[in-house]
Design a protein around this ligand. Structure first.
Ligand code: C2O
Ligand code: CU
Ligand code: CU
Length: 507
């Protein structure tokens, strides 16, 4: 049965309290969590940008300059009673988004972006998310398979000054690259484009091949790419009215550093380097390739390893999408990002953002021929639904409903373990970046064509170009709630804020 959410299904004012109680572990004071400079909580004297990780080899030279590649620091968790706790402080600050100009920004544990968390599959983790933004917010664990009331969607709001403490078991299908960002209704674009985004690396002993690089910052490197929009004074734009101004800039950032006219440099001390790409742009599509046209070896999509490593010459990432590659470096490699506008206005052009120069003498072992087994769904008996993406004026809709509040959004109700095939029909001429919370899905077809390559892997994002029809299949395992919805929506942040957001109740 499909219907819009009835008022009776909506939570009362007890969301935070309920989550808190269910979470169970209380009483860890702010002073007890976080480690050293990585934590920088509200009362910490150290409030620096989390982007403090630097390439050791590069910085050891006397000439380390602004061009040195930096990456988010790793956030250490605190383990107590078998629960690993991570402290995230959402705060405001300033950052150089546009070269030479200071922008007002937001970040987790710093002024822009956030630290990387490493979770281990099977561990119990608790997040302590403190909102110091001066505005309501949420924090969502994008790609994580968690109970709906810990998912951080629009129902799990964090009032200004409050701390939200979701606790759950890491329950991914395997090792993967996830991310976290705010998800409050109507303010997601504003908050994410100002810098609230961070990476989550999920490790899994049963799927991590010891032959794959995993030394963070050494041979396992986060690469968060963004194309933003600002005016010439650096004021970040995030809604249609802002984008209608003249004299806009579309700065491109790599891990928060502007690469409009700079190529960052990284010295690789291992011959084989793993890169985890995340397109954290509000809308634009980013295609990564080598300037020499050479191959990259793709090993993962956003929900973990693909069945076997695949040689590719480019990786196309829609807003919200991730991919992992490994590079075997015999000589320096420069990576470029081609920006394609994903919205009414956006960036364009080619940006050489990173040169990786090897300074290594090791010989890596042969990559495993098989990374993982993926059983493709036989969808014959799956429950079919149609999800239509449409537009009326400026309102963006899912199945005819433009979400303006949690209680009026389109909602699907399903049951535990139901197996479904969704036909996503894009009734607009616009690009949409479809995303489903809760469980990973498989792409069954794109405009009637079966997928190939990495599109055969587990996904939580899929590109639906104007007029396209895409079929995806999924199984709703493990978690139920009669109150808290998962979301499915367009990840073009302005579209979700303009109503292309819907709920999913797994009862
Ligand atoms: Cu990246 Cu619904 O979120
Ligand atoms: Cu998500
Ligand atoms: Cu869209």
């Amino acid at each position: 049965m499909e219907h819009t959410a009835s008022p009776a299904k909506q939570p009362g004012n007890s969301i935070n309290r309920r989550s808190f109680v269910v979470g169970g572990v209380l009483g860890l004071g702010a002073g007890a969590v976080g480690v050293g400079i990585l934590a920088g909580g509200k009362n910490s004297p150290i409030r620096q940008n989390p982007l403090i990780g630097e390439n050791a080899a590069a910085t050891s030279s006397a000439s380390a300059s602004d061009d040195t590649f930096t990456y988010p620091s790793l956030l250490s968790g605190t383990t107590s009673d078998d629960v690993v706790t991570y402290a995230l402080d959402m705060e405001t600050g300033t950052h150089e988004v546009l070269t030479g100009v200071t922008s007002t920004t937001m970040g987790y544990n710093g002024s822009y972006l956030g630290p990387t968390m490493k979770w281990t599959n099977g561990d119990t983790v608790q997040m302590q998310v403190t909102n110091n933004l001066g505005a309501v917010t949420t924090t969502h664990w994008h790609g994580a398979h968690v109970p709906a009331y810990y998912d951080g969607g629009p129902q799990e709001t964090i009032a200004d000054g409050d701390t939200w403490e979701p606790e759950f078991t890491v329950n991914q299908g395997g090792a993967s690259t996830l991310w976290y960002h705010p998800h409050a209704l109507g303010t997601t674009a504003e908050q994410v484009t100002h810098g609230l985004a961070g990476m989550i690396i999920v490790e899994d002993d049963t799927t991590t091949s010891s032959d794959l690089p995993s030394d963070y910052g050494v041979d396992d490197i986060p690469v968060i790419l963004q194309c933003l929009c600002t005016d010439t004074s650096g004021d970040i734009k995030y809604s249609l009215s802002g984008y209608l101004e003249s004299d806009l800039e579309f700065p491109v950032l790599c891990n928060g550093t502007n690469v409009d006219s700079t190529t960052l440099t990284f010295t690789a001390t291992k011959t084989r380097t793993r890169l985890r790409f995340l397109n954290a742009s509000p809308a634009d599509i980013i295609t990564v390739s080598r300037t020499d046209g050479g191959d990259m070896t793709q090993i993962a999509t956003e929900q973990g390893y693909i069945t076997a490593a695949e040689s590719v010459t480019e990786i196309r990432l829609i807003a919200g999408e991730r991919a992992e590659v490994v590079l075997d470096l015999s000589s320096a490699v420069t990576l470029q990002a081609v920006i394609t506008t994903g919205w009414v206005k956006g960036g364009s052009g080619t940006y050489e953002f990173l040169t990786i120069t090897p300074d290594a003498s090791d010989t890596p072992v042969t990559l495993p021929s098989s990374l993982r087994t993926i059983d493709r769904y036989d969808t014959t008996d799956f429950t079919a639904r149609t999800i239509t993406l449409s537009q009326v004026g400026l309102a963006m809709e899912i199945n005819g409903v433009s979400a303006t509040s949690v209680s009026d959004m389109y909602m699907i109700t399903t049951t535990l373990d139901s197996e479904e095939i969704w036909t996503i029909v894009n009734d607009t001429q616009l690009e949409h970046s479809f995303h489903l919370h809760d469980v990973p899905f498989q792409i069954i077809s794109v405009n009637g064509e079966a997928p190939t390559g990495a599109y055969l892997g587990w996904k939580d994002m899929v590109e639906v170009v104007g007029g396209a029809t895409v079929k995806i299949a999924m199984k709703f395992t493990d978690y139920t709630s009669d109150t808290y919805m998962y979301m499915f929506h367009c990840h073009i942040l302005m579209h979700e804020d303009e109503g292309m957001m819907a709920g999913l109740l797994v009862e």
